[in-house]
Write a protein that binds this ligand. Sequence first.
Ligand code: SF4
Ligand code: SF4
Length: 426
Amino acid sequence: MAETLGRLLTDLGERSLYDAVSQCSRCGYCEQACPTYVATGEESKSPRGRNQIVRLMLEGKLDDPKAALESLSTCLTCGACTTACYAKVPVADIVLEGRRMLAGKPHWLTKRVSSLMVKSPRIFAFLLRIGFVLKKIGVSKLGRPILRACGLSVLASMDAHTDEAPFWNLDDLVKSREKTDGPAYRYFAACGTRYLFPRVGTATLDALDELKGKGAYLNNPCCGLLAHNYGELEDARKLAKKNIEHAEKNGGELIIGDDSSCVAHLKTYPQLFLKPEDSEWRARAEKFVKRIKDAIEIYGESSDMLPPKTAEGVETTYHDSCRAINGQGIKELPRQAARRAAGASFCEMAGSDACCGGAGAFGFVHESLSDDLLKTKVGNVAAVQAGVVLTSSTSCLIQLARGLRKYYPEAKALHLSEFVAGALRK
Ligand code: SF4
Ligand code: SF4
């Protein structure tokens, strides 16, 4: 069994895992909010079913570990159930704990990737660059059957799902900004923005510079989300400590990130340090969290500074990243900015807060279920005839771009930063 947290920070305060699970009264009120339950109709793929499985594990009464793993591994950890639940049962955290109890050691590839991110980020960036070159010249496509035959179908799916292959990463483009004097904010680069969508990172810096004043590049380590969700907690803790130390050393108050999944994870750092011997780190993590903001919060708070759009434009809609709306409770702020910058062209779509099926590695591992959720999402985009879908995380950008290419090429996916930066430039 892999290490577990054992204790969780819930809306009702710090609880043991068992007490957190026991907060579930099995009312079923969350079922219709759960994308995997709605898609499959199976109780084992519902929040209530997943809570019950972890409860049985903790009571030593689980008789079918294989079925339990299937139930827990198909959870998107989107948190929609917790938003709907009157008792705020932290199902996503409970599911992650259940997976750690069942899964034992993580897959060697996950272990190697998170270890590279912790110990040798430069080698990690170099390997990614090789991958991107292979993709650009079309070789990676030919290698997909080999990857699948070697049991690395996740890599093959990642290659198939991602369309962009930037040669220059964000460090190459903006690292010189590390030395900005007296910056108004520090920019936290998520790995997705850094390596896959540097165009989003530069747009965020452009937009924030206009709205907050000149900022600096924090040049931070990985936030540790991958290790937390798929690898080992020890690696997640090491990366959290590295980030806290790095932020303390680099001064300033405000740290802003533009990948809602990573920002949400940064905001949960205190939960990694609940053991009595980690009390000093918990206090440091709590201070760190107070400095963290999601860029979409800033855009909403500063929406009056955006030039209002008066002429009609391309219909624009908004897709909530799960880790923004459920993980951080951010719903209205990005819409305020999008409405201001899109004017009358902004339209709400049905199910804007439902997971698109990206959910980190979920889209690469559970392709069929992920595709079902994606089709529903793209259907909702098409229903409002949107030409632009705005969002705020790498995972959503990859998934939406893939879905739009496949089912509704009339629309494109953009990060809200790109939209806001574009409006400020006009
Ligand atoms: S998680 Fe919450 S809403 Fe869902 S069954 Fe349990 S108590 Fe009810
Ligand atoms: S986190 Fe999302 S997928 Fe998992 S049980 Fe809750 S609503 Fe369902």
